[in-house]
Design a protein around this ligand. Structure first.
Ligand SMILES: [Zn+2]
Length: 295
């Protein structure tokens, strides 16, 4: 009996030391990771200050400084909002939200504590299963309309919120669709990302593999060259894609693909078949927040 008790005591002491040791290692590792992040972000802030960029850029950099990413035990799901025109009325097109409504909706998101994601941050959420805030959202605007530049961007800049504009590289007139000078101007705003919506807004599901590859590769190269960036998101025109589209997109160099399939986005969708939440016109603040919450 005495022997048995001694063994038990020794076992308990060993287990105690082992758990203290593990906790110390874990804590130290965590600290080191946080330190690394802080240093990197401080570097970014200094760089943007010396560049003397717009206040939006500094505001965004400062905001990122305080961000702490937290891993989740369950698969993270979040809304990717889909907008098109930001305008009071658009003839022959129901895909619009008036500027006042867009302003109300963005303010509602901010008030509710939502953190707006950049494409890079969305990729991190989807691949690392960690997030920079409890509530996250990715705001996307399709087709690259000039009204996005005139109406959506000022609202987003004022509120310090990020959004992604998906442009059709073969359709540019500077009047209805954003042209290069406007895209170059938008590139200076750290809150706004420009990604691809193909060259001609074709139905990808009806294209051959090579046809899809040309649309995805050409549009990506055009944007990369113009804006000196590594374009990572392909937004499928009218949300249409087929079984080959994901591999085409990966071959063309994209990391994420956006659909119009309704629902919350998560890694379970597949990185090239992400769900989105279509925001129509006519919402009140309550119905807007409900729509996001109901998914
Ligand atoms: Zn479109």
């Amino acid at each position: 009996m005495k022997k048995y008790l001694t063994v038990l005591m020794v076992g308990l002491i060993v287990a105690m030391f082992a758990s203290i040791f593990t906790a110390v290692i874990y804590y130290t590792g965590d600290k080191v990771e946080q330190l690394g992040t802080t240093q990197q972000e401080t570097g970014q802030t200094d760089a943007s200050k010396t560049q003397n960029e717009s206040s939006a850029k500094e505001a965004s950099a400062n905001k990122e400084e305080t961000v702490t990413w937290t891993k989740s035990d369950t698969v993270i799901e979040f809304p990717i909002l889909m907008y098109h025109h930001i305008a009071d009325v658009v003839d022959g097109n129901t895909l619009y939200v008036p500027k006042a409504e867009f302003q109300m909706e963005m303010a509602a998101l901010k008030e509710a504590g939502y953190y707006t994601l950049s494409p890079e941050e969305a990729y991190r959420v989807l691949t690392q299963n960690e997030k920079p805030a409890e509530k996250i959202v990715w705001v996307t605007l399709d087709d690259g309309y000039v009204d996005n530049y005139n109406s959506a961007v000022p609202v987003l800049t004022e509120l310090g919120m990020k959004a992604t504009i998906n442009v059709i590289t073969g359709i540019q007139d500077g009047v209805e669709w954003l042209a290069n000078p406007q895209l170059l101007e938008l590139k200076k705003n750290a809150l706004i990302s420009i990604e691809s919506h193909t060259v001609d807004h074709v139905d990808l599901s009806q294209q051959t593999y090579d046809g899809q590859l040309a649309q995805l590769t050409d549009s990506r190269q055009t944007i990369n060259q113009l804006l000196n960036q590594d374009t990572s998101v392909i937004c499928y025109p009218s949300g249409r894609y087929n079984d080959e589209t994901a591999s085409v997109a990966a071959q063309a160099g994209y990391k994420l693909g956006l659909t119009t399939d309704p629902g919350l986005a998560s890694s379970e969708n597949g990185l090239f078949a992400l769900n989105r939440v279509r925001i129509a016109y006519g919402h009140s603040k309550e119905s807007f927040l409900n729509q996001i919450g109901n998914y």
